[in-house]
Design a protein around this ligand. Structure first.
Ligand SMILES: Cc1cc2nc3c(=O)[nH]c(=O)nc-3n(C[C@H](O)[C@H](O)[C@H](O)COP(=O)(O)OP(=O)(O)OC[C@H]3O[C@@H](n4cnc5c(N)ncnc54)[C@H](O)[C@@H]3O)c2cc1C
Length: 400
């Protein structure tokens, strides 16, 4: 595997970094304090071509490889988890799923405007009573002529008030449990759709998360994604891509914690020397550095497997689990390095700590990934290629 970045990828990183420095960093503390989500940021991301980085040019994207998506996520999360989450659900969970499973008509109608950033996509799997245990979801889609009638609700949906298109999962046949779940593309403008943001979140306060409701929505049959009964498989395949973006974002979060802690440790003095000279502070900083390097390698390995068109559920799960745990620990330590100042929003590290918790919960909790990895180690789980794989990346990398 080759972990050298191309000149194009280095340029992409510089572009996102400079966008974050200019258009997020100066305002984020205030947005976070007010719980303010600014949809204009999504428009700016679209202007920079960041809403479809790894989607082929023929479908409106930038045609870059999957590790380029990781670079975007890393750099955005250095600014704030909210903006990386937006890219995770729009590109990772929705657009890449359309690329993998959509018909040509679905790709033209939904993927192309999403990849260009003209429309925003989101992903609705979780329900009030169904998170890790997906098969306990309650939403139903009942066949009715050339439509399905969709009823139910989803909880904790990122971009609930912002997205134009939602990829949602509902039972078409409840008797056969997860084999009776189907996937649908649902438009916000359809009659019977509603959404409501959730207030009082611990973190990602400048993001938009909440409920979506389906009240007898008429979903045309051509909006069924894949075959009837393939929904569970599609939902899990989508998570292989969403988790990748979450893991990449966690790398950016660790880097932000390390940068903030190094700066502070070189400035703040106790007992006549900078706190960076104290071994116990060095230990926290060394752990952040180790977490950064290990997480990066896990993420880029998963990205390379995607580039090669290989199944990567195991490697992506490992990257997501470890990178998010490292980020959560790095954020905790970053607050510790800052002492009482880390406890106030004068410094960004308390926001990093609050933001670092959701990624340990969403897209497979820490416990779910632990069980998955134990399953692989014990020989209880084995992944075979799916009937429709994410396309391998066909571009050429220019070596630096
Ligand atoms: C900010 C945010 C944004 C989100 N965005 C989205 C989104 O865009 N789309 C979407 O569909 N969902 C989204 N989610 C929901 C998220 O994916 C779920 O919260 C997650 O899957 C966990 O489900 P749950 O909250 O119902 O927890 P539960 O599944 O009820 O789990 C509760 C606890 O029990 C543990 N547990 C459960 N089962 C087991 C087991 N078998 N063994 C051991 N431990 C177990 C869990 O690990 C956890 O610690 C979001 C969540 C948050 C916080």
């Amino acid at each position: 595997m080759d972990f050298n970045f191309s000149e194009e990828q280095n340029m992409l990183r510089r572009t996102v970094r400079s966008f974050v420095d200019k258009e997020i960093m100066p305002y984020i503390a205030e947005w976070d304090r007010k719980g303010q989500f600014d949809p204009a940021i999504i428009k700016r991301l679209a202007d920079l071509g960041l809403m479809g980085v790894c989607i082929p040019e023929e479908y409106g994207g930038s045609g870059m490889d999957y590790n380029s998506l990781a670079i975007v996520c890393e750099e955005l999360e250095r600014g704030d988890t909210a903006f990386r989450t937006a890219v995770s659900v729009h590109t990772g969970l929705n657009s890449m799923t359309l690329l993998q499973w959509g018909t040509e008509e679905q790709k033209q109608k939904y993927l192309v405007p999403q990849a260009k950033g003209d429309k925003v996509g989101a992903y609705g799997l979780t329900e009030p009573g169904a998170g890790s245990d997906v098969a306990s979801l309650q939403s139903t889609a009942v066949e009715d002529g050339d439509h399905y009638i969709l009823n139910g609700s989803k909880a904790w949906i990122s971009l609930c008030d912002t997205a134009d298109h939602f990829l949602v999962f509902a039972y078409t046949d409840k008797e056969i449990r997860h084999k009776g779940i189907s996937a649908f593309i649902v438009e916000r403008d359809w009659e019977g759709f509603d959404s409501k943001a959730t207030k009082g979140k611990l973190g990602i306060r400048s993001g938009n998360t909440g409920e979506i409701f389906f009240d007898n929505i008429k979903v045309p049959k051509e909006n069924l994604l894949g075959e009837e009964g393939e929904g569970f498989k599609i939902a899990m395949a989508a998570l292989d891509n969403g988790r990748f973006t979450v893991a990449a974002g966690a790398v950016g979060q660790i880097r932000a914690c390390l940068e903030a802690s190094v700066n502070y440790a070189n400035e703040r003095e106790t007992f006549g020397k900078p706190i960076g000279k104290h071994q116990l502070v060095q230990q926290m900083i060394a752990n952040m550095k180790a977490g950064l390097e290990m997480s990066s390698l896990l993420v880029y390995r998963a990205g390379e497997l995607k580039n090669e068109g290989k199944r990567n559920t195991e490697e992506t799960s490992m990257a997501k689990w470890q990178a998010c745990d490292f980020a959560n620990k790095a954020a905790d330590d970053a607050v510790q390095v800052h002492g009482a100042y880390g406890y106030s929003d004068e410094y960004p590290v308390e926001r990093y700590l609050r933001n670092s918790k959701a990624p340990v919960i969403y897209e497979g909790t820490r416990e779910v990934h632990t069980l998955m990895q134990a399953g692989y180690a014990l020989g209880y789980r084995e992944d075979k290629p799916l009937n429709k794989m994410l396309p391998a990346w066909e571009g050429n990398k220019t070596k630096v």
